[in-house]
Write a protein that binds this ligand. Structure first.
Ligand code: GDP
Length: 387
């Protein structure tokens, strides 16, 4: 084992075992010294390959706890698309004030989304989830939007102290650090950014600007119940949005169902108040399909071409082997039904009785709507149902 850490993932670099984290061929380690990148990060960065060697959940949580203890301020990065998975109770247990929440991937939301509505929505969701007080920033590590202001604010709050950066896997922590690294002209290699979860393996101190604070990057916390984590890398790329979300609107009819790819089916199981409309949001690569409810089992077991691509045959078999759960829920006007790691539907009108069929262990949440008008006459503003 060498004295150096991989600047991509934080694993100690070693040339003994190609199957263990931090492996780099000896000649590259000797040539590049502290600038050497492990083979896993190198391949992920240059060929977009999936890497192995993900750490166990309890090791990750222990590493995150140590980083939080050392921090003058905790920066939690959340994903605007997968907000519920990013701020799950298992994540809340790890944080403490002072806390800044950076909601990343804001570029995925439709361009007409007013940011001044998203921030109070986030604050309300945190309050409903029993979170400690947090300063909320909306950012896009992809476009750089809001990232400079966030850096300046952290510098203002901690001076030359330590900011520990946490988040569940794939929220864009490494992308944010890479963005900052570029912005301050940091010379060393940037952390690895990957479409595949679990890139950072150990806490990694980063002094991007010698005159400013130290960042402590931590391994991604494995979320529970997120559909995208149970798929092969190709299927995960289809359901994890890379570009602006697709939204599709349907006037609801009794006895209909909406399929989110071949992953989940939302059936209308009761009467439909006139004028009720469902809007489904997901990645551009996720086929959205309306059908009659009685056709759902057939379409899921023997899908036609657009649904056949997502999930692929292998993932379809694996999900079917794990079994499905059907949740009976009632969705009210201006509420979202979220399927973690896949997307959500928003209801205008209603209420609607729905029967939601998802693979076992995939979580669903009902929440006040994120997108669109927030008119919720006569109803509590923060109803949350998590299953
Ligand atoms: P980490 O596991 O939290 O370190 O996540 P990464 O930084 O590796 O990013 C995970 C995925 O999200 C990659 O496919 C990134 O390209 C993507 N990503 C990161 N930040 C953004 C963002 O601001 N917008 C969009 N659209 N995608 C992002």
């Amino acid at each position: 084992m060498s004295e150096y850490l991989c600047p991509g993932c934080g694993a100690p670099l070693q040339s003994d075992d190609p199957d263990k984290p931090g492996f780099v061929p000896r000649e590259i380690l000797e040539r590049d010294g502290p600038l050497a990148v492990c083979r896993r990060c190198f391949r992920m960065r240059h060929y977009g390959e999936a890497g192995g060697g993900q750490p166990a959940e309890d090791e990750v949580r222990a590493a995150v706890r140590r980083a939080v203890q050392r921090a003058d301020l905790v920066l939690l990065v959340a994903d605007a698309f997968d907000f519920e998975a990013s701020v799950a109770p298992s994540v809340r247990e790890l944080v403490r004030p002072p806390l800044v929440l950076a909601v990343n991937k804001i570029d995925l939301l439709p361009p007409r989304t007013p940011h001044e509505e998203v921030r109070p929505w986030v604050e309300q969701r945190l309050a409903a989830g029993g979170w400690p007080r947090a300063e909320v920033h909306l950012i896009s590590a992809r476009t750089g939007w809001g990232t400079r202001a966030l850096w300046a604010r952290l510098a203002e709050r901690v001076g030359r102290g330590t900011v520990s950066v946490l988040g569940v896997t794939n929220v864009g922590k490494s992308a944010l650090l890479a963005r900052w690294s570029q912005a301050v002209g940091h010379k060393g290699p940037a952390p690895t950014v990957s479409a595949v979860p679990g890139t950072t393996l150990a806490p990694l101190p980063l002094q991007l600007d010698p005159d400013s604070f130290t960042l402590l990057d931590t391994p991604g916390i494995p979320p529970r119940g997120r559909m995208s984590d149970r798929l092969c890398p190709d299927c995960a790329r289809r359901v994890v949005p890379d570009r602006r979300l697709k939204g599709q609107l349907w006037t609801v009819q009794p006895g209909q169902a909406v399929l989110l790819g071949g992953f989940a089916a939302i059936e209308i199981s009761g009467p439909v108040p006139p004028g009720s409309v469902l809007i489904a949001y997901g990645a551009q690569g996720l086929p959205l399909h309306r059908t009659r409810a009685e056709r759902v089992p057939q379409l899921l077991s023997d899908p036609p071409p657009p649904l056949r691509q997502a999930p692929c045959g292998h993932c379809r078999k694996r999900l079917a082997a794990g079994g499905f759960t059907t949740h009976a829920v009632t969705l009210a006007h201006a509420e979202d039904l979220v399927i973690h790691g896949l997307g959500w539907v928003t209801l205008r009108g209603g209420p609607l009785a729905l029967s939601v069929r998802v693979p076992n262990d995939t979580k669903i949440t009902i929440r006040p709507n994120l997108l669109g008008p927030k008119d919720r006459p006569g109803r509590p503003a923060a109803r949350t149902v998590i299953r």
